[in-house]
Design a protein around this ligand. Structure first.
Ligand code: AMP
Length: 410
């Protein structure tokens, strides 16, 4: 018997009595001792379970990989995400269910909602799984997005480009991530090639053409809303991507205090307007003249919120658990400037050496590096294996630490 099977048997009872119904039928307060079921067992689920376990919650994850990151720290049901019996088992053992990724099968979401308590519901998942639905919802909440047009054919692309003006970005409405499924179009001659690249097959997927925003920087705000409607947001992080993968989050973001305040207000307006429960990560573009446009939403903990684990009074993971369990939300105050740097497969050995060996431990910049490794069994180039939160007196020092380590120069 594998250790996780043993753990499963020990933890295999039905949902616990610590779950208390309170107030309205649809809002329940789940106190520590309750079991949180998590659809997905990746790094986000693992960090959620680590934060929630410290408060006395129990966790159970559903993931197809036998040695998933969260399965190393919590009991795991090993089965496909769309396995109905496994979903039923997750529901039976959980007082409350959440998810750590967006592409949750609609049928499974409905089944879980019927057989357990899913305070986040599935409406927001449905919205954020599709760029056009997402943009419409953002606009309906009174929040700006970059001008865009729906596109279904090359002829429509040409028309939309003429209306919006170039440069533009063509994106698939579903399924794209980390810059995949999109192309920047700077000149008219590039339209056909971009269309072929983003819609290569015979069946043309739904597409969206967006005006290219000449942003000064990309920022994101993670906001939280509890089941009873309390809303709080974390300080904005400035995000730097390399090869379309998040490389650095810099907090405080290097934008004016006014932009920071408006970014938080905008995220709070959105999470309240969408009636979301749990976390909502709001990615936006900040322009040099102080405009903010929302690019994307993620209804879950977000990579750009990992800095909160060591730099804020409450981490985004604790906040998520608080929100779905309807506890009072935690204080989101930033305790120290911080630079979060992602550790991809190609950085893993060096990052461990730079933070865990005696010869590398001293640094003149006065940085406190806090290492987080996700326990993924296979390390691959470009795969997120962990991150380091560099606690610093000034984010410039954190950036110098990254530069001087030479690890990330590739
Ligand atoms: P997305 O998949 O929408 O998150 O886009 C990936 C990256 O492409 C973003 O982080 C931006 O750096 C860039 N990008 C996407 N849309 C736009 C846009 N409308 N204007 C400028 N840059 C964009």
């Amino acid at each position: 018997m594998r250790p996780e099977e043993l753990k499963l048997q020990e933890a295999g009872g039905a949902a616990s009595p610590a779950a208390q119904a309170s107030g309205a039928d649809t809002v329940r307060t789940l106190l520590p001792g309750s079991t949180v079921g998590v659809l997905g067992g990746g790094q986000l689920g693992r960090m959620m379970a680590l934060a929630g376990s410290a408060m006395g919650y129990r966790f159970v994850a559903l993931d197809p990989a036998p040695d998933a990151p969260s399965g190393q720290v919590t009991p795991q049901i090993t089965a496909a995400y769309n396995d109905r019996d496994a979903a039923r088992e997750l529901a039976r053992r959980s007082d409350v269910i959440t998810y750590e990724f967006e592409n949750v099968d609609a049928g499974v979401a409905a089944l879980l909602a019927e057989e357990s308590y899913v305070p986040q519901g599935s409406a927001l998942l449905y919205t954020t799984q599709h760029r056009l639905r997402e943009k419409a919802a953002i606009e309906a909440a009174g929040v700006p997005v970059a001008p865009y047009r729906k596109v279904d054919s090359l002829a429509e692309l040409k028309e939309a480009a003429a209306e919006l003006g170039l440069p533009c970005v063509l994106k698939t409405a579903t399924g794209g991530y980390d810059g995949k499924g999109q192309a920047v179009i700077r000149q008219e001659e590039e339209l056909e090639e971009a269309f072929r690249q983003v819609a290569p097959g015979e069946v043309i997927p739904e597409l969206v053409l967006e005006k290219f925003v000449a942003f000064q920087c990309e920022i994101s705000v993670v906001a939280a809303r509890s089941a009873s409607g309390e809303v709080k947001s974390f300080p904005p992080s400035e995000n730097i991507h390399v090869n379309n993968i998040l490389h650095l989050s810099i907090v405080p973001a290097r934008v004016s205090a006014d932009i920071q305040r408006r970014a938080c207000e905008l995220a709070e307006t959105l999470i309240a307007g969408l009636n979301a429960v749990g976390l909502l990560a709001v990615e936006m573009f900040a322009t040099a003249d102080g405009e903010l446009f929302v690019n994307e939403l993620a209804p879950r903990p977000h990579n750009s919120g990992h800095y909160t684990m060591d730099a804020c009074v409450t981490s985004q993971f604790e906040q998520h658990v608080r929100a779905i369990c309807n506890l009072p939300l935690g204080d989101t105050t930033l305790l120290t400037p911080v630079v979060m740097v992602n550790v991809l497969g190609q950085h893993l050995d060096g990052a461990i050496k730079a933070t865990c060996t005696h010869e590398e431990k001293d640094n003149k910049l006065g940085i406190v590096p806090k290492l987080h490794i996700y326990g993924k069994t296979e390390s691959k180039t470009g795969r997120k294996m962990g991150h380091i939160n560099l606690l610093c007196k000034d984010t410039g020092d954190g950036l110098s630490w990254v530069e001087q380590s030479k690890l990330w120069r590739n």
